[in-house]
Design a protein around this ligand. Structure first.
Ligand SMILES: *Cc1c(COP(=O)(O)O)cnc(C)c1O
Length: 374
């Protein structure tokens, strides 16, 4: 195989079997999207009009009144927070993230206070927000959210993520009801979600997505929601959002990627994974099965179980061997303590899947030889 651009720069070839991860470059952008991005990069445009037009186009996919493209989802969180605190007032926008004296509290469940490579609280603070955690890390009641509201509250923030605690939390419907009861805006962080419509439809005022994660766009994010709130987001361009600027080319790339979105989902029916499952299960010391995403998304993966009694090494060791080989193979390693890791097919082609099975076969072979010697 010829070397890819990263190998030519002296870096390893990476097979990403762990999903859309920032540490591996998030997603692979299609040639069609890159062609749109390249064309946009090479021409001039009136940026304010581009911001408005791309916002309209994104909204056709989300069903919201308007949208605002950002440099990433973290920027989206910071900008949405600044929007609710400043309400778009130019003097306040210019003060951010110093929100002293303003209603600046952002209510978030303790079980939603996640780290996605950086704490979500950093993004909230960048937007001038003060974090108010509600409930305990594994349990919260609705009255606790209601009691946390005061005249200092700027917004409620709901995090829909596989990173957050899934049990014992309030539902989005609880958040929608409490936001309505106190006439507060509700922000939803849906950065890695693939459903473009449901959070807007269920009553969120602003929903934040990553462009690069589910939608395979170049680095980008967006906020989609009510017209007035999006106006307040756009106002941040003359404040904190300037330090989070996205280029014209990536705005156009995101719009193109959303247009093409959908094909990727159809590609990952569970049936397509059966040959890989069978090939891995045939290896000595390994078995495999198809599993659905732990957060219930329409994502199917191959879960690989390591049998240390047969193989002689455990799942942690196998995962490390995959990751540190000449080709770096990254698998999902959240459940290594249970003796399993997973292969996420969304970021793989057939050749990659074959390479992974070959590498596992090589490990099984080496272990067998090693074992025979003793
Ligand atoms: C990845 C992620 C983010 C951050 O997205 P970026 O586009 O990398 O800034 C925020 N929230 C959640 C839930 C995420 O999964």
């Amino acid at each position: 195989m010829s070397q890819n651009i990263y190998q030519r720069l002296g870096l390893k070839r990476v097979i990403n079997a762990c999903g859309k991860m920032t540490i591996l470059g998030v997603s692979a952008v299609s040639p069609e999207v890159m062609a749109a991005t390249a064309e946009a990069a090479g021409a001039f445009v009136e940026i304010d009009a581009l911001v408005d037009r791309t916002g309209e186009l994104v909204s056709t996919h989300t069903g919201a009144q308007d949208s605002y493209i950002t440099s990433c989802a973290s920027a989206g969180i910071a900008i949405a927070v600044a929007a609710v605190i400043t309400r778009g007032e130019p003097d306040r926008v210019a003060m951010m993230p110093d929100s002293a004296g303003m209603a600046n509290e952002i209510l978030i469940l303790r079980g939603h206070n996640i780290d996605y490579g950086a704490p979500i609280t950093s993004a909230i603070r960048l937007g001038g927000g003060r974090i108010v955690e509600v409930g305990q890390s594994n349990l919260v009641a609705r009255w606790q959210l209601e009691k946390a509201v005061s005249e200092r509250t700027a917004a409620l923030l709901f995090v829909k993520s596989h990173h957050s605690v899934q049990k014992g939390m309030l539902t989005l419907e609880d958040f929608v009801a409490v936001a309505k009861q106190f006439q507060l805006p509700l922000i939803v962080d849906a950065a890695a979600e693939e459903d473009l419509r449901q959070y807007v439809a269920r009553g969120a005022d602003m929903v934040i997505y990553s462009g690069a994660k589910a939608f395979n766009a170049p680095t980008s994010g967006f906020i989609t929601g009510g017209r007035e709130w999006i106006r307040c987001c756009k106002a941040q361009h003359h404040g904190i959002a300037r330090a989070m600027k996205i280029g014209k080319e990536n705005m156009v790339g995101l719009v193109k990627a959303l247009e093409l979105y959908g094909e990727g989902i159809a590609n990952m029916t569970p049936e397509k994974l059966i040959p890989t499952v069978e090939a891995i299960s045939a290896l000595r010391g390994f078995s495999a099965e198809i599993e659905q995403d732990e957060a219930g998304r329409e994502i199917w993966r191959v879960q690989v179980r390591v049998h240390p009694d047969i193989l002689g090494i455990d799942a942690r060791q196998v995962e490390a061997m995959l990751r540190t080989g000449d080709i770096a193979i990254y698998t999902r390693r959240y459940f290594l303590h249970q003796g399993v890791f997973s292969i996420d097919p969304r970021t793989l082609d057939q050749h990659d899947l074959t390479t992974i099975v070959e590498r596992l076969a090589q490990i099984a072979g080496e272990q067998e030889k090693h074992y025979a010697k003793h």
